[in-house]
Write a protein that binds this ligand. Structure first.
Ligand SMILES: CC(C)(COP(=O)(O)OP(=O)(O)OC[C@H]1O[C@@H](n2cnc3c(N)ncnc32)[C@H](O)[C@@H]1OP(=O)(O)O)[C@@H](O)C(=O)NCCC(=O)NCCS
Length: 174
């Protein structure tokens, strides 16, 4: 079943389309975006990487990823990784946005809405987000979206040669 579309005030979250390739490459191929993401996010973000992502995100069973669109163009992404087996009570949320749109509340609105949507699902008890200590903007997004800092994993990641703490943010079902 494809993901639902959410028309929000600042963006529309909708399923990815193969036709998003040019816009995806324009906004994702940016070292300032990938410096704060998991290394799953390619850098440089090549055409082949974009095609592979869109094949995955539009394929059968693609139920956990949304394009963040503004004026119809895919300028970011937000998605969840479901927990498996006994960890099925939780999901991890992740997101990125093209630099041209930073600082306008786009991702705060998207994370807030998507988390609210997820937490009404029966059996889903926990949404978590992992943030590098070098990324105060993302920590701020999560605080504004009602998450709380649960723990700090010391020296838990290395990005571009810098050892980083990982902040674990969480919103629990009521
Ligand atoms: C992090 C990111 C998603 C934020 O998206 P956004 O739409 O610009 O975020 P918002 O505008 O909703 O909110 C950003 C908040 O961070 C604050 N902020 C920005 N830079 C900051 C900094 N260096 N230190 C502290 N706060 C900062 C902003 O002021 C704003 O808070 P405010 O509304 O209280 O003023 C975006 O910058 C991004 O995609 N970065 C690269 C990828 C990434 O970091 N992904 C998340 C991985 S965990």
């Amino acid at each position: 079943m494809p993901v639902p579309t959410f028309a929000l005030a600042r963006s529309t979250l909708r399923p990815w389309r193969l036709s998003d390739l040019a816009s995806l490459l324009r906004h994702a191929d940016d070292p300032e975006v990938s410096r704060a993401t998991s290394d799953r996010f390619p850098s440089p973000y090549t055409r082949a990487a974009g095609e592979a992502w869109l094949a995955h995100a539009t394929g059968a069973g693609a139920e956990t990823d949304w394009a963040v669109t503004i004026d119809g163009a895919a300028v970011g992404g937000i998605g969840v990784v479901p927990g498996e087996r006994e960890r099925r009570v939780k999901v991890e949320i992740g997101y990125w946005l093209g630099r041209a749109f930073w600082g306008q509340g786009v991702i705060t609105e998207a994370v807030t809405h998507l988390t609210d949507h997820l937490l009404v699902r029966p059996g889903l008890l926990r949404v978590e987000a992992l943030v590098y200590s070098s990324n105060p903007a993302s920590a701020r997004v999560l605080e504004k979206a009602g998450y709380r800092l649960e723990s700090v994993q010391k020296q838990a990641a290395i990005k571009r040669g810098e050892v980083l703490d990982v902040l674990v943010y969480v919103r629990l079902a009521a």
